[in-house]
Design a protein around this ligand. Sequence first.
Ligand code: PLP
Length: 426
Amino acid sequence: MGLSEVLFDKAKNVMPGGVNSPVRAFTAVGASPRFIISADGAVITDADGNRYIDYVGSWGPMILGHNHPLIREAVIQAAERGLSFGAATVAEVTMAELICSLFPTIDMVRMVNSGTEAVMSAIRVARGATGRDKIIKFEGCYHGHCDAMLVSAGSGLMTAGVSASAGVTEGTAKDTLTAPYNDLETTAKMLEVNKDQIAAVIVEPVAANMGVVLPKQGFLKGLRALCDTHGALLIFDEVITGFRLGLGGAQERFGVHPDLTVFGKIIGGGLPVGAYGGRRELMEQVAPLGKVYQAGTLSGNPVAMAAGIAQLTYLKEHPEVYAHLDTLAEKLFGGMRKLIDDLKLPCALNHIGSLGCLFFTPGPVDKFQHAKQADTEAYARYFKHMLGRDIYLAPAQFEAMFISAAHTLEHIDATLDAVENYFKRM
Ligand SMILES: *Cc1c(COP(=O)(O)O)cnc(C)c1O
């Protein structure tokens, strides 16, 4: 038994499932999780001293790779000045100015501590600003675990959702409607049926929590137009896409302007940070200026801000990082797609920039119904093969692969080699 197994047994005794976030338990792949003790660049090291090429990247934040010297230094220096003051700091202003300067749709921003918190707050602003209660979201999109987002489509698809988790009340669920991703027609009908009741439509502009599913041509623009017609706000959840698909996120890439934007992951550089922002008159609804209450003891924490500022500043000053990521991604995902085609495998590969996903189902995969067809047991076998070849993939089919700027062509070659080896035995 390895050290990871020993630790997992101890962990299960004192933590639900042995983890602090469910996917880490490796349940979906029927394996025992590796306990990670350190990470550097593209490589993570477990308690038994195994080293893996990492494609999880802490689920997105580590776009520059692990333990980046600039971020590490910024964190150490901030820590030496004090860990938390619960008072206004320069770093918060710097962070807000950085985000506002890179996102033309954002005049003001509020820092919080996670993506979940940012989504929850943005929804509250949308409801406060519109005086409406209902929200439309999309099947297969993940927006964190606040009650209003843990809701699935009910039988009364058009008028009320049903709780997707124990502990979420019917009262909460009834105000969240769920439409199929990439389906403008159903969304339009929902807005029509619930006339003057929809506060906001929230979407991952590229869905990256059902594997990776790209928006169809015109989907995001269509949502913008529908929201305008119906007086609903459009919220882009850019927790994954923000600063990953480019400095201006998905909204820049697709040229669609949301009313509110939600961030997390990358903006914290690996520390717990989230943020939401938008047009001035919307953000002026937030306390202490406005009537929408939202607060946080550790929000804008100086150490977290230092990490985030260091990462975002590096990206801003080195936009060539994105070209480098694209080169690596083309090589990896392009290589995988070619193998799928050459070997005529029943797989699909979706990717955009440094985000990608191999689905064990023949494509195209452009909505949750398609993603759901994937053979999760086939994914589990693939995952274990790759882990055995020292390549650490997401321990579940419906997650993205994240490439970082610290990956090298050698890492990609080693990965493609392991993939080819597996594919040839499929
Ligand atoms: C991860 C994620 C969240 C939730 O962020 P947490 O920091 O885990 O609370 C919200 N939206 C999207 C798109 C995410 O990927």
